[in-house]
Design a protein around this ligand. Structure first.
Ligand SMILES: C[S@@+](CC[C@H](N)C(=O)[O-])C[C@H]1O[C@@H](n2cnc3c(N)ncnc32)[C@H](O)[C@@H]1O
Length: 287
């Protein structure tokens, strides 16, 4: 067994030790996370961890590693420890003020991209932008599109703004602190995308401790998880330009109900679609 003894440890030892500690703590991807933590503690790129395996592991790096492992074992999500997380082809700053971007939301954007293709939406809105991933993806994919990013939480908007600057699109994204589509002009948007909170309040206790480190206001949506969609559907129908389209991510078992809400709001061509795991996860429609 490798032990980290001052003077003899190297980067590969640090990875081993970290992976063992995380596995003992129940982390599902202990080795992958260990490489991330060691890269962060050693202040080098993730991709360099293996290349630098035989380099000495310094006392300063070891102190940083110990602090990161302790917080991870205390239940903090890796993304918050690293302070950034990938969303599609961008790396976003993330803090405990924002939801950690999920792969399903990348898939949601794939659908937007397929629907518009080379026909850039003139105006597009991301409702409940969080760290800003969808808004930034819209601005990067279609450089002529005027994007509006809305969030009710000022702290989340600050992170999204920072990320827009980080990716050089701050001049093409307008940030609005507000409730759902209230800040959008009627008939203004060719695309509205949203990954709104959709967890029923009673399900909070059954979420993993890690997920419960994410903001409650980013996850919870009333007694049945549909509270935000009920208010969103008529607002989106008003804010969409004729021919404009809406794209939503929803919780397991909610797709039919949300499709019904879009239909009741007067949208046409309402559809549902599955995610990579086969769950009915996406709902959309057109005005
Ligand atoms: C599930 S998170 C999604 C974050 C980001 N779009 C993503 O996919 O990673 C939902 C976001 O909606 C915001 N939110 C909650 N209620 C809202 C409301 N009434 N109006 C606007 N945003 C809201 C939360 O602050 C949170 O940032």
């Amino acid at each position: 067994m490798t032990t980290l003894v001052e003077g003899r440890r190297d980067v590969a030892d640090a990875v081993e030790e970290t992976a063992r500690a995380l596995a003992a703590g129940g982390a599902p991807n202990a080795r992958g996370e260990a490489r991330e933590i060691v890269a962060r503690a050693g202040r080098f790129l993730r991709a360099a961890v293996d290349l630098r395996g035989r380099e000495p592991w310094t006392a300063a790096a070891e102190a940083a590693r110990g602090a990161l492992v302790a917080r991870r074992l205390a239940g903090w999500p890796l993304a918050y420890l690293l302070g950034e997380w990938d969303f599609r082809d961008t790396t976003l700053t993330v803090t405990p003020d924002v939801l950690i971007p999920r792969p399903e939301t990348e898939e949601l954007f794939d659908r937007v991209e397929r629907a518009f293709g080379a026909m850039a939406p003139r105006r597009a809105a991301d409702i409940g932008t969080g760290a800003g991933g969808l808004a930034i993806a819209l601005a990067r994919r279609w450089p002529t599109t005027r994007v509006t990013a809305v969030d009710i939480a000022p702290a989340a908007l600050a992170v999204a703004r920072w990320n827009a600057r980080r990716w050089g699109v701050e001049n093409r994204v307008e940030f609005i602190q507000g409730d759902l589509t209230a800040g959008l002009s009627p008939a203004s948007q060719d695309a509205i995308v949203a990954n709104l909170p959709y967890v029923a309040e009673g399900d909070w206790v059954s979420l993993s401790p890690e997920v419960r480190r994410e903001p409650r206001a980013a996850l919870l949506a009333g007694a049945d998880g549909l509270a935000l969609f009920r208010r969103f559907a008529p607002g989106a129908a008003t804010a969409l330009a004729p021919g404009g389209r809406v794209f939503l991510e929803v919780g397991r078992g909610q797709a039919d109900a949300v499709a019904g809400l879009l239909t009741a709001a007067g949208l046409r061509d309402v559809w549902t679609d599955k995610d990579f795991a086969g769950v009915d996860r996406f709902v959309g429609g057109a005005r």
